[in-house]
Design a binder for this molecule. Structure first.
Ligand code: C5P
Ligand code: MG
Length: 194
């Protein structure tokens, strides 16, 4: 069973490629950002906490995120592989994910990093902001999110490099072309699992 993390800065295409990966490899695609936005939409207590951070481009506290992921994994059939999108965002979340996977009888097959330059990310997110309706897709908050990514999220890559599950693909160009490159990497991961 595959359990994957799709990783990369805001605007790198995690959601877009995540949907395609989940379909092709029959994985449950879980986007923490989408779960948080749903919680906000439904006015839950977690949503209220999350909103104050998301609107500023900051990260929601680790304990809130880890609780959400624990609940999510608890509900999932044990034989269904997972594609984590937007999680882990900090080294503490990576360590917690390690524990959650063990608790649920799973292990991480690979982390797939999408490489995109900052200039392109800003361009994409500003464009997305014209239609996404997301409170954090404006130029000021985008810049903050990229700073937060570099300071708090980038160190997560070293954690997974040390674990030997780090993979990377260029996230620039045609969506289908990027997906083909991703599949080449993931097919090898699948082969190595059996
Ligand atoms: O993953 P996505 O870009 O959709 O996340 C949007 C926002 O949700 C992030 O900028 C952050 O404020 C919050 N978030 C978080 N921790 C996560 C995932 C998302 O704080 N693990
Ligand atoms: Mg996303």
């Amino acid at each position: 069973m595959l359990n994957l993390v799709i990783f990369g800065p805001p605007g790198s295409g995690k959601g877009t490629q995540g949907v395609k990966i989940a379909e092709k490899y029959s994985l449950e695609h879980v986007s923490t950002g989408d779960l948080l936005r749903n919680a906000i939409h439904n006015n839950t207590a977690e949503g209220m906490i999350a909103k104050s951070f998301i609107d500023k481009g900051e990260l929601v506290p680790d304990d809130v995120i880890i609780d959400i992921m624990d609940v999510f994994m608890e509900k999932l059939p044990i034989d269904k592989g997972i594609l984590f999108d937007g999680f882990p965002r900090t080294v503490a979340q990576a360590e917690a994910l390690n524990g959650l996977l063990i608790d649920h009888g799973r292990s991480l097959s690979a982390l797939l990093n999408l490489e995109v330059e900052n200039e392109e990310l800003i361009e994409r997110l500003v464009l997305r902001g014209q239609t996404s309706g997301r409170s954090d897709d404006n130029e000021e908050t985008i810049k903050k999110r990229l700073e937060v990514y570099e300071a708090q999220t980038l160190p997560v890559l070293d954690y997974y490099k040390k674990k030997g599950v780090y993979k990377s693909v260029k996230g620039v160009g045609d969506i289908e072309e990027i997906f083909t490159n991703i599949c080449q990497v993931l097919d090898k991961v699948v082969e190595a699992e059996v």
